[in-house]
Ligand binder design. Structure first.
Ligand code: DUC
Ligand code: ZN
Ligand code: ZN
Length: 471
């Protein structure tokens, strides 16, 4: 029997193991894994490593920020950037404006993504206003329609009160959705920010002191208790501190339905990136801020132990000019500078270099935390694994290639690379979405609109329904 495509001769990650095997593809799906297949197209992967396409479950695309600022990336530019870095599925946000019905927000985001996205995609239902008419009916209808995750904040001008969070958790748990939470205490941040500004500490580095680690530690613990009370699964977004990892581990040990992610900027950067001369530090401003080397060690230990299951990008693109970071003026205080940095394209190469090339936890765990676990946790049934019946979303890596990031070499619309000067070993040389090449040897081959919306499976409320561990 001849398959449409055979990727032959590579070392592949499958079933939690690394094996030498060929991959046969037909109809955009993996048909078989083994040896001796015939294919109409044969791709030689000798000397290469083949991993599942990256699943990035936390990226802000064509979205209005809490400050009322539009992201620099459209679905077209963000998914181009994702594909170039080996990410083949993204989950971004359907962001409800205050007063807007959830279903209207979703219709708007879905239409824009359908036109622009070159990789497969889904949305978190971002709730900023739970008091709109028909809120509960709309939320349940969206979840039933396959939008199986929700995003809430405990801070920013769209933060919800604890009683509103509890109300949403009860609906989500009952309806089969995972609730993702940006957990930082609004009160602690407001106090620290006011002190910094009153003392004239307004530079990007002062952003760090304005988001004390206590803000995360307190809110993460509180959200763990609410999840436990509601018996509703919760994903704690972008964990940055040692104490929050410990809080999550303790909650999981109690049986609380808690999962957690961190991001490359917390694993590889420390607070000092914010202290560059002039306003330069604004490039790295994000919330929570980068922390310390001790926190990095705790995050890695948390990943190793399974307390943190996912590494996402938190791609939040703003240009380093008056359309983005400096929309409120070049001399604006840190509190008026947009938070976030581009990450969609760099997440996979940074993690490959750390985990595979440098050997931190190894290739199988790399595939697990960047693809398999996010696919499993977010209900992306056909994604995240190299296995028959799964979509042929694949990345071919040259493990020996060295690349140094330049000042503006990403394929998003941001105009700077926060990883400029970082040298990596191991590089994606070909990327496939459902069997179709979207990148080869640095050439982008994707098509706006070719990405599909992903209908997702119900998310169970019991921890064992969401393993996030290898089979
Ligand atoms: N923090 C967020 O919470 N969202 C987007 C970017 C950021 O830094
Ligand atoms: Zn956040
Ligand atoms: Zn975010």
């Amino acid at each position: 029997m001849a398959y449409e495509t055979v990727i032959a001769g590579g070392r592949i990650v499958t079933g939690g193991a690394v094996v030498a095997a060929d991959i046969a593809i037909t109809g955009g799906q993996i048909a078989a894994i083994g040896q001796g297949f015939d294919g109409a197209t044969r791709i030689d992967a000798t000397g290469l490593i083949v991993t599942p396409g990256g699943v990035d479950p936390h990226c802000h695309i064509e979205q209005m920020s809490g400050m009322g600022l539009m992201n620099a990336d459209t679905f077209e530019t963000a998914t181009r950037s994702a594909a170039m870095g080996g990410t083949t599925s993204v989950i971004s946000f359907s962001a409800q404006a205050k007063g807007q019905r959830l279903c209207d927000a979703m219709a708007d985001y879905a239409a824009r993504a359908a036109r622009g996205a070159a990789v497969d995609h889904a949305f978190h239902i971002l709730i900023s206003d739970p008091d709109v008419p028909d809120f509960e009916a709309d939320l349940r209808a969206l979840i039933r329609a396959g939008h199986r995750s929700i995003k809430l904040f405990t801070t920013y001008n769209i933060g919800l009160s604890d009683d509103a969070i509890l109300r949403v958790l009860r609906i989500a748990g009952d309806a089969g959705a995972l609730t993702c939470i940006h957990a930082e205490s609004d009160a602690i941040i407001a106090d620290a920010r006011a002190r910094a500004l009153a003392e004239g500490r307004t530079r990007p580095i002062d952003h760090a002191a304005s988001r004390p680690r206590a803000a995360e530690i307190e809110a993460v613990a509180r959200m763990c208790h609410l999840a436990e009370l509601a018996r509703a699964p919760v994903m704690i977004f972008h964990v940055s501190t040692r104490e929050a990892v410990a809080g999550i581990a303790a909650a999981r040990a109690r049986g609380a339905p808690i999962w957690a992610e961190t991001c490359p900027h917390y694993l590889f950067q420390t607070e000092d990136v914010l202290d560059r001369p002039g306003r330069e530090g604004a490039k790295w401003m994000c919330s929570p801020p980068q922390r310390t080397r001790a926190d990095q060690a705790a995050l890695w230990a948390g990943i190793a132990a399974g307390h943190i299951q996912v590494v996402s990008s938190d791609h939040a693109p703003y240009r380093f000019d008056e359309t983005g970071k400096f929309a409120n003026g070049f001399d604006a205080p840190f509190s008026a500078i947009a938070n976030g940095m581009p990450g969609l394209e760099v997440r996979q190469p940074l993690m490959f270099d750390a985990m595979v090339t440098r050997g931190r936890l190894g290739l199988a765990r790399f595939a697990q935390i960047t693809a398999e676990a996010p696919a499993a946790l977010y209900g992306l049934r056909a994604k995240g694994r190299i296995a028959p019946g799964h979509d042929a979303d694949l990345v071919l890596w040259d493990p020996a290639r060295h690349v140094s990031y330049g000042a503006d070499d990403l394929h998003d619309n941001v105009g700077y690379n926060p990883w400029e000067g970082t040298t990596l070993t191991g590089w994606p040389v070909a990327v496939f979405v459902r069997g179709t090449a979207v990148m080869r040897e640095g050439d982008y081959l994707g098509q706006p609109g070719a990405g599909r919306w992903l209908d997702r499976a119900a998310i169970g409320a019991h921890p064992h329904d969401l393993t996030g561990t290898p089979p």
